[in-house]
Design a protein around this ligand. Structure first.
Ligand SMILES: NC(=O)c1ccc[n+]([C@@H]2O[C@H](COP(=O)([O-])OP(=O)(O)OC[C@H]3O[C@@H](n4cnc5c(N)ncnc54)[C@H](O)[C@@H]3O)[C@@H](O)[C@H]2O)c1
Length: 459
């Protein structure tokens, strides 16, 4: 186990540093670190232009690439309904007033104005802009999940094929050195015949409360079930690593804790309403946002530090993030397990858990001649024949500041090269590659609700 990490390090590992507006100086990304990339250090032959639908956290993450590598990417338009976000994003990227819009629809009433459309709108607003952008001839950097239903995902795939467009699904882990290293080991057959995988995603209790109880991904009708919204990355990793079709899934899980019947006596609808247990509640909004000052990017605070305390209290009194975690309108599961069977009898178990004080992902991979144990920071590769154990250390390869262990900028870099060379095969997370893992997540949710094993049918 690792020792304690400080707040800055913990924010980094959550990918939060650099999410804030105007914080590009947090990045120290260099292209050299990406292992296994056929085009590391390669730059695009020209500056590509992009428009961004949704200037929230992810829109800024990808937009920051343009600030770091201005000779490769220029953001020339934005659609964002929240005025302060639109204004800050436009200032940051020097976007002319005529290319600033309130909603994504307005982009597509206009003639095509850039090479690329970055879709970083909420989950329920991927399908509309993706279809419209493809119709208009844009290449897409499309946030995951692709869309809210299997049919919508398929519609996007069909239109992408018809238009011969380059589409990158933002499965950023595929571009992170740690995940690539595991892929490389599996492809080298060092483990012999792959037999099974155990993969664990601890969400961490504050992250859970922030995103999946109070925040944007709390309701599956508005966004997606958590197995898709959060864990489609993990389904994608499993499918990518195992590199064989998944045939069956079964899943169990529920929302066990964050509901009204678990509200402590004396608790109030908002943490700011004089709640009797506020000072000891681990989920207290006052503790998270006001005392510890984390996850603040959603609050659109004033730049001036001296005004922020009052602004936070104001947001907590009226906005979604001040609500008691036991009195929200959330319905997504807080723990879920999925068992899967792939071709050649390879089995995989996945477990998503809210109730941990650590985050990241833990993986064990078992083969006939060796095994892997990893926790995103250290990777131990054992060889049964020689009894040797290789210790591979992520931080020697990854610039964590780019978010997702280096995956965020790695994705953009590969995507831009694919667009520049008009070659979809330069991307690992194209639409074709991402469809099956989405189906695994859709089927897992059906299995959880119906309590039956589901057979995957890609046809
Ligand atoms: N790849 C990853 O690892 C990863 C991580 C986090 C989130 N995501 C996904 O990225 C997407 C965005 O997430 P986020 O955290 O940036 O959310 P966010 O809420 O910070 O940003 C979304 C932005 O879209 C804007 N928006 C809403 N309606 C719009 C409209 N009609 N037209 C244009 N913009 C509109 C919102 O005002 C908001 O600013 C989600 O689908 C999410 O699931 C992916």
């Amino acid at each position: 186990m690792k020792g304690k990490i400080n707040r800055r390090e913990s924010l980094k590992s959550l990918g939060l540093l650099g999410l804030g507006l105007g914080q590009v100086e947090e990045f120290t990304f260099s292209k050299n670190y990406l292992p296994n990339s056929s085009f590391q250090n390669e730059k695009t032959s020209r500056k590509l232009t992009a428009i961004t639908c949704g200037a929230g956290a992810r829109g800024n993450t990808y937009g920051n690439y343009a600030l770091k590598f201005p000779d490769e990417l220029d953001i020339v338009g934005v659609a964002e309904p929240i005025e302060i976000r639109r204004k800050r994003y436009s200032e940051k990227h020097n976007i002319s007033i005529k290319n600033q819009f309130t909603t994504w629809e307005e982009f597509f009433d206009k003639p095509k104005m850039a090479d690329i459309c970055i879709i970083t709108t909420p989950d329920d607003l991927h399908y509309g802009p993706a279809m419209a952008a493809l119709e208009k001839g844009y290449q897409l950097l499309l946030e995951k999940p692709i869309a809210q239903t299997w049919k919508e995902c398929n519609d996007i795939l069909q239109l992408q094929k018809q238009k011969n467009a380059i589409v990158a699904v933002c499965h950023v882990l595929r571009y992170a050195p740690y995940y690539r290293k595991i892929k490389e080991i599996l492809e080298s057959n060092r483990l012999g015949q792959l037999v099974s995988v155990q993969h664990f995603e601890p969400i961490q209790y504050v992250h859970m409360a922030h995103s999946f109880v109070r925040g944007n991904w709390r309701r599956k009708d508005e966004t997606n079930p958590i197995i898709l919204a959060k864990s489609c990355h993990d389904m994608d990793m499993l499918r990518w690593w195992i590199n064989k079709p998944c045939n069956y899934v079964s899943s169990f899980g529920s929302l066990s804790w964050f509901k009204k019947e678990n509200a402590p006596e004396g608790s109030t609808k908002r943490c700011t309403d004089g709640c009797a247990v506020e000072s000891t509640c681990p989920y207290s909004a006052l503790r998270i946002y006001h005392r510890e000052r984390i996850w603040l990017h959603v609050l659109d605070l004033p730049e001036e530090k001296e005004k922020q305390g009052e602004a936070i209290l104001d947001r907590l009194k009226t906005g979604p993030y001040g609500r008691c975690v036991y009195q929200c309108d959330n319905d997504v599961a807080d723990h879920q397990i999925v068992s899967m069977e792939f071709d050649d009898d390879i089995t995989a178990n996945f477990s998503m858990e809210a109730f941990t004080d650590y985050w990241g992902r833990r993986t064990r991979i078992m083969g006939s001649m060796g095994c892997i144990v990893g926790d995103e920071e250290d990777l131990y590769i054992s060889d049964f024949s020689t009894k040797e154990v290789e210790h591979w250390i992520t931080k020697e390869y990854a610039e964590r500041d780019s978010g997702h262990g280096g995956g965020d900028f790695g994705l953009v870099s590969d995507f831009l090269l694919a667009v520049d060379k008009n070659d979809q095969s330069l991307l690992t997370s194209n639409l074709d590659a991402s469809m099956e893992s989405h189906l695994m997540a859709f089927m897992a949710e059906e299995s959880r609700l119906e309590k039956v094993v589901k057979k995957l049918n890609l046809g």
